[in-house]
Design a binder for this molecule. Structure first.
Ligand code: DC
Length: 230
């Protein structure tokens, strides 16, 4: 049976940076599920489909194919066979992904792919509903969060470092709106799974969070080895 680690949390909590580092340390495959929702959103935006129209989105889902591949250990998202990694990281695509991820047709398609990936490999998967819905049997579940102000500042620094000019207050408002949508939608809202460990990274460095989760994984592995010895 494969070992599965689920990391959920709101936008900008550091999930992908941390999950990537952990995946390297543990020799696991990293699966970024947000990138899959972003690829779907990018497709709908490019086709000019009204994202407020659930029926139109459900119909559009039938001719969208999202898969993933790995290049030098980095996840690449393929949209109808084309690599879209370079175009899905904008705020527009992120906000649209948040909006369309509320629709069951969009989720059904991606959750199926995510479950298949986790069944065949040891994965560390991050998203919003991994511990609660996609991988309810994951051996380790983490709910990673940070204050809104800290998350907004991190996103601001990230964008500024890329030379993109942005407004910190606007980013904070966008994050609040995104949290509101992701946490209060009807299907698979962002929640802390009952058996997830809560980590607030507001005052922690990336390395401190990685080490904390690594130790939780080691304790899990140790517990299993002990169980087998008895
Ligand atoms: O993690 P991210 O910012 O790349 O995700 C973009 C949006 O996709 C997020 O706001 C909500 C949605 N999403 C989701 O509904 N379920 C997931 N497992 C991952 C992302």
């Amino acid at each position: 049976m494969s070992m599965n680690i689920a990391i959920d949390g709101p936008a900008g909590a550091g999930k992908s940076t941390i999950a990537k580092m952990l995946a390297k340390q543990l020799g696991f495959i990293y699966v970024d599920t947000g990138a899959m929702y972003r690829a779907m959103a990018y497709n709908f935006l490019s086709r000019g489909i009204d994202t407020a129209d659930e029926e139109a989105i459900a119909a559009a889902c039938t001719d969208v194919d999202v898969t993933i591949a790995y290049e030098n250990g980095e996840q690449q998202v393929l949209l109808n066979g084309e690599n879209v990694n370079g175009v899905i990281r904008t705020e527009e695509v992120g906000n649209t992904a948040s909006a369309v991820s509320a629709y069951s047709a969009v989720r059904a398609k991606l959750v199926k792919l995510q479950k298949q990936l986790a069944a065949k490999s040891d994965v560390i998967m991050d998203g919003r509903d991994i511990g609660s819905c996609v991988l309810p049997e994951a051996q380790v579940k983490i709910y990673l969060t940070a204050s809104t102000a800290v998350r907004a500042k991190r996103r601001y620094d990230e964008l500024t470092a890329k030379g993109i000019s942005c407004d910190l207050m606007q980013i904070e408002r966008d994050i609040e709106a995104r949290d509101e949508r992701d946490m209060h939608r009807e299907i698979s809202p962002l929640v802390q799974a009952e058996d997830a460990v809560l980590i607030d990274s507001s005052e922690l460095s990336i390395n401190e969070v990685v080490q904390e989760i690594y130790q939780i994984c080691q304790r899990h592995a140790g517990g299993h080895a002990e169980g087998r010895e008895k």
